[in-house]
Write a protein that binds this ligand. Sequence first.
Ligand code: SF4
Length: 926
Amino acid sequence: MTEPHVALSPAVSDEVRQTTCYMCACRCGINVHLRAGRVSYIEGNRDHPVNKGVLCAKGASGIMQITAPSRLQHPLKRVGPRGSGAFEPISWDEALSLAVAWMQPLRETAPEKLAFFTGRDQSQSLTGWWAQAFGTPNYAAHGGFCSVNMAAAGIYTIGGAFWEFGQPDWDRTKLFVLFGVAEDHDSNPIKIGLGKLKARGARVVGVNPIRTGYNAIADDWYGITPGTDGLMILSLIHCLFAAGKLDLAYLARFTNAPLLVNAADGPEKGLLLRNAEGQPIVIDRRSGAPAPWDGAGVEPDLGATWQGCRTVFQHMAERYLAPEYAPEAVAARCGISAPRIRALAAELARVAFDEAIEIAEPWTDFRGIRHQKMTGRPVSFHAMRGISAHSNGFQTARALHLLQIILGSVEVPGGYRLKPPYPKPVEAHGVPHFAAHPGTPLPGPVLGYVREPAHLALKPDGTPARIDKAFTWENPFSAHGLMHMVISNAHAGDPYPIDTLFLYMANMAWNSSMNTGRVMEMLTDTRADGEYVIPHIIYSDAYASEMVAYADLILPDTTYLERHDCISLLDRPISEPDAAGDSIRWPVIEPDREVRGFQSVLLDLGARLGLPGMVNDAGSPKFSDYADYIVHHQRRPGVGPLIGWRGADGAQEGRGDPNPAQLARYIENGGFYQAHVPAEAVFYKPWNAAYQAWAVKTGFQDTPQPYLFNIWSEPMRRFQLAAEGHGPAQPPEHLRAQVAEAMDPLPIWYPPFGEETATAYPLHALTQRPMDMYHSWGAQNAWLRQIRGRNFLYLPTKVWAKHGFAAGDYARVTSPSGEIVVPVAHMAALNEHTVWTWNAIGKRRAAWALDADAHEAKEGFLLNHLISELLPAKGDGHRWSNSDPVTGQAAWFDLRVKIERVGPRDHAEPAFAPIPRVVPKGGARA
Ligand code: SF4
């Protein structure tokens, strides 16, 4: 008898196409295996600079994104009441004509009546440019809900941010401290980096109320009380000042610590002293005389005084040596003992200064001084949403940057390194543009970085120019807009009514809104004449999310394997500290439904509306689709979305004419391009003459722009001066005190807003995002649902015991603005005043094509129902925003609750009615 032949290792594919993953902001390279034209398998691309072959659960499960039953099938027009889910399929031509019929009159009369907001948008350089061309100031992505505190604090302080804009020097760091990082963003690079640290025996310290994910492998864990990170950081700074453990040479050369601060009473007080040419001045140690900060050979003196004015450094010493920042003074509030704070400060100092490293690489700084080596402080930090989504998040993120700076550990070997096109000072970013005129584009980008009160988005009568009230006295530095305020402001007609709300990938009827139930009511509310308060809602997404039922017109997007995309240096690229990088997606499979890539649809709409830049002189469409735009659009002469293979022959990098073969070259190269930073330029980038020259050559900037780290923030001081009564533009009376406190030019800490409710609501409540879910997307992914189809409210031991909870119990959780009933579980590795859950597991019944009784719908829940966009009334006649007073970031980590035991049951509350299906049952790709 012969043995049967069994193919033990059949070929998984007959073709491999390389593109870029979508399910988080890492944008890993992937090999998509196809068998007979169908996707059979996805693996990591080992040659890709971001992930080097590593894939996370989401990336590996991408095949389930393209077979999901929840995929929208064709354009839909609402035919029943909003929220009923009653739609009829329509053609693309009808859908686009309808959208134009709503938008065209707005553009011709009042462009601001179109509000265009995007969620998990990875093409903001296009969507922002489109809004600018339309002429509406009402544009932003979801950063105001996510991490604008982190992004803005970084830009205003060091010219770059945490997030995916920089990373620790994984190869040289000896001590790594991680603050408030969730695992859903940048997850593969951080995992690879942590693996390197562990392999080298480097120390990892986690600072997070919750010990999950990365914190679970930390060598030491600081289970800090939410909202007090900034206080502990300032206490670490206090210890380092007291011990004299500061990198004085770094502070003197590369930061504004030696700059002189005007001490004269009046409208200039607290601004930096300037010479007749307007340059900030330092005292040069060589001469003892004032000199411009960037003068040739200047050696700034940190300790100088001149004409009664002190340096920034002296202001720092005075503030941070104050007893209020001593570990003993902050320990109880932070939930971290004073000896542990002192121990961490000592460890930071020891590693930074006693274990300093040197690289024998000569370089020249912007003052023309030649350095023979690069000195590294092998201490690095990383931080994300956990410290950002508080009402003191901006100043907390600033404080963390200050800690990095005094240790001399930014842009040095072993420290935190920024990725090109960062670092880039705040002055290199534009200011917001907001003055809408009929039929006219805005003169510049909608979003930007405010540097003085004159830049605020206010109308001549002082009212907000934007529907979300971004860039106003309530939140002057709202660089990412305030998406979380759009629907409530539009519903209230405050500051003005809008006509059309155009949303892309923003699940505002569910987990992308605070106060979710109320938002659903606002979306369906009608005026006295029976019309909806928000007359038109257009929504684009690839999947049948909760938001779909609340729109009037659905423009169905493709999945990420069916589209072109551009991960651009104009936006959020895939750079590494040693190389600028960008990448593409391309349709490795063709859609099997009547769907179109949103970016192509946007360009089509732009052409139909005749928007400048999107039509030729004769009025015909300038771009056939997004792929055509990626190749041929030029933001500045020679500078387009992609830096690789530019010029007619594809030989140019960074700058060059469009190359029709550019996308083909990217595909040949695995979907990405890297421009390597020269060896002399890889560290000290803001001050390194070689880096500045390379940045000009590669097209990031048109001239060298060396700058100093802004420990003392002049833009903030200008707002404080206004609050003190100086200048023509001043805050309204009820905001004067808030502006004066929050806009302190040196990092401060103040308690998160809402602390007055602490007695009645003694627990902090947080949401974490798991590394196997990206926002709400994972829920329709059959594989990822197996990993995390349920969520619990995790309770610390003390709370669990105090209330007598047992396995299987539910709890009633109440905040000042709502109540939910949810399943609970015990967790010991948790700050004792904190409860938490995984975000976005809970789903509206029957949304995402899930069964109405799926775990996610029946037992899953959101904390969003407990969070309001407004704080509880203070009795002063004003409703104060539940957001950071500098940036307007939604303060959803400030949530306070109380809980009581309910006992065993089988469903969570609130439970909303199922959403009728808008996709056919089944729905897998043919
Ligand atoms: S970390 Fe995971 S989800 Fe994010 S891009 Fe990489 S593979 Fe995709």
